[in-house]
Design a protein around this ligand. Structure first.
Ligand code: 9MR
Length: 567
């Protein structure tokens, strides 16, 4: 890792009019004097730190620096304490107008089955289409099931997004990702600023087709989810290489045969949920696609009810991740919520209201992810008009506010505040994605109450991602003075091959994971405090990978933040 700073700041930007906090690491027990310097080196504000003592998540002794009262926009500010200096940062909002689109650009970069063209991404990131059966690729055109299954058909499952640093495509993770990209738009359309998400806002081939680009991008994945549906309505869990490939490797150069895993209840319900959401979003934009998606959703839900306990094999981790989820009551709830919201039909309504997850019962302060999807249904029920009793919708909104309050309480006790709490007090694989999802809970609490404290919480969480953390990294590529550079990815692999690029701007690293689940992390990070269990190394896949589901969570938050501070 690069050396950490003693004063850690958001390396990108603080927003005029919002609180501005930084963290000093110091063993001193007395308050210290801080100074804010402008780009010319002149002191523009001073104050005293607040000593907070030992901080559990980082293992640092910390002081709080509060320079909220300084609001003059500008670039090149820095905080100093004695001889220590922070990285420079802006006070302003321009970065947010870029960050919202860069975080969404992640998805085009990682499309499968289509050439990635220089006119949208530049020469550095242009590449041929992957997995179209052009040698040495074996292609996703006509893929058989795993040898041990006898499903009796092959599927054409070209397209979609690669999951992460690997070339697998996993329905359970593609589902939450597509849903979050679509929800970014649906929320903006209902209660926010949809104009900022209109046609021509992203650099993608569909940029001038009259449909918002964010929808075009999500549709690339939704179409893939629909292709994964078997003739009986169940949906195949995943498609990936027969054996793991090494790094670096461009998608079109992957020589491994591809194979479909068995269908699973979780994948089937993910597809039902996202297809039902898509059906209502495209209802007037493309009625044919809307009807196709709705029919697939209805069929998938019925198939899942007939096969309610078909759990993906947790040991099926050769050539791709397992993404096995032993509990599917939350997926049933999410799918019923989407189908009820789209169709209004009573069978979905009764499944929904009789679910143990009803009224945000499973929203907690660990948050949601690909395996815990109940809150996705709650977000839809809270945002999209439906036929539920108003008191139940209010109860769902109140649950988000109550969890947001828990996050604020926990953040107030932290040296480097990030909304996240695990049962063991440690950080999980993909902590960045979990933190981003909890940040969305804070954002929704602001949507539902209008209270400023929740908006402050959102920006505090962004500060954590953008450098106010004990390792002084911006976990977002291309943003800040010291962004992560060596994320685990097969073609953003500059660390292994100087001919290949580093990641483009706007990709979120998975971030600290105390379980040290790869050989590099295990070798380098023994004994780390939770927020320090991270290394910017390309082979450290359990801490420094990028994935669609973490970027969808981060893009949701980045777009919300941009809406609040830019016009
Ligand atoms: O994000 C997943 C995380 O929650 C799991 O703990 C981990 C181990 O099963 O797998 C993560 O997902 C990876 C997937 O299996 C394969 N593609 C890359 C994903 C991100 O690391």
């Amino acid at each position: 890792n690069e050396p950490a700073k003693k004063i850690n700041v958001d390396q990108v930007a603080y927003v005029p009019g919002l609180t501005k906090h930084a963290t000093l690491t110091s063993d001193a027990t007395a308050a210290q004097t801080w100074a804010l310097k402008n780009a010319a080196g002149a002191t523009v504000a001073t104050g005293q730190t607040t000593p907070k003592g030992l901080d559990a998540a980082s293992g640092d002794r910390v002081h709080l620096i509060d320079f909220s009262s300084f609001n003059t926009p500008g670039t090149g500010y820095a905080l100093t304490v004695g001889t220590e200096t922070s990285f420079p940062f802006d006070i302003g909002t321009t970065a947010f107008s870029k960050l919202r689109y860069d975080s969404l650009a992640y998805f085009y970069h990682n499309r499968s089955g289509i050439e990635i063209q220089a006119q949208y991404v530049g020469e550095t990131y242009a590449r041929p289409a992957g997995h179209l059966n052009v040698a040495p690729n074996q292609g996703d055109n006509n893929v058989p099931c795993l040898a041990t299954l006898s499903c009796g058909y092959n599927l054409d499952v070209r397209g979609g997004w690669y999951d992460a640093g690997d070339h697998g495509k996993y329905v359970v993770n593609g589902g939450i990702s597509a849903w979050q990209v679509l929800n970014t738009y649906e929320r903006a359309k209902l209660i926010g600023d949809a104009a900022a998400l209109g046609d021509g806002k992203l650099r993608i081939p569909e940029g001038a087709n009259g449909v918002p680009d964010i929808l075009d991008e999500a549709r690339w994945e939704v179409e893939f989810l629909l292709k994964m549906q078997a003739p009986n309505g169940m949906v195949h869990h995943k498609i990936h290489d027969v054996n793991w490939t090494g790094l670096p490797l461009l998608p079109h150069e992957d020589p491994q045969p591809r194979r479909l895993s068995d269908t699973s209840t979780a994948a089937t319900l993910n597809t039902a949920a996202v297809a039902a959401q898509a059906a209502r979003i495209w209802k007037t934009i493309d009625p044919t696609f809307s009807a196709k998606a709705q029919a697939a959703a209805v069929k998938a839900y019925a198939a899942a009810k007939a096969n309610p306990n078909k759990i993906a094999d947790p040991n099926d981790g050769t050539g791709g991740g397992s993404y096995s989820d032993p509990t599917v009551t939350d997926e049933f709830y999410w799918a019923a919520a989407e189908l009820f919201t789209t169709t209004g039909e009573s069978t979905y309504r009764s499944d929904l209201t009789s679910s143990p997850h009803y009224r945000a019962a499973s929203l907690d302060d660990r948050g949601f992810d690909w395996g815990a999807t109940g809150p996705l249904g709650d977000i839809t029920l809270a945002l999209v008009p439906n036929g539920l009793p108003a008191s139940d919708v209010t109860a769902i909104k109140n649950a988000f506010v109550a969890i947001a309050d828990k996050h604020l309480t926990q953040m107030a006790s932290q040296g480097y505040p990030a909304p996240y709490k695990t049962r063991t007090g440690e950080y999980d694989w993909g902590s960045g994605g979990l933190i981003a999802n909890n940040t969305a809970v804070l954002a929704l609490a602001h949507d539902f109450t209008g209270q400023a404290k929740y908006r402050e919480g959102v920006f505090q969480a962004l500060h954590y991602f953008l450098g106010r953390n004990p390792l002084s990294y911006s976990y977002v590529t291309g943003y800040g003075e010291q962004p992560v550079k060596n994320v685990h990815h097969r073609h953003w692999a500059n660390q292994l091959d100087p001919e290949l690029p580093t990641a483009p701007p706007g990709a979120l690293s998975g971030g600290p994971n105390s379980a040290l689940q790869d050989p590099i992390a295990a070798r380098l990070l023994q004994g780390c405090a939770p927020q320090k269990c991270f290394v910017d190394h390309i082979e450290a896949y359990s801490v420094n990978e990028v994935t669609v589901n973490w970027n969808s969570a981060f893009a949701w938050v980045a777009n919300w933040a941009a809406e609040k501070v830019t016009t």
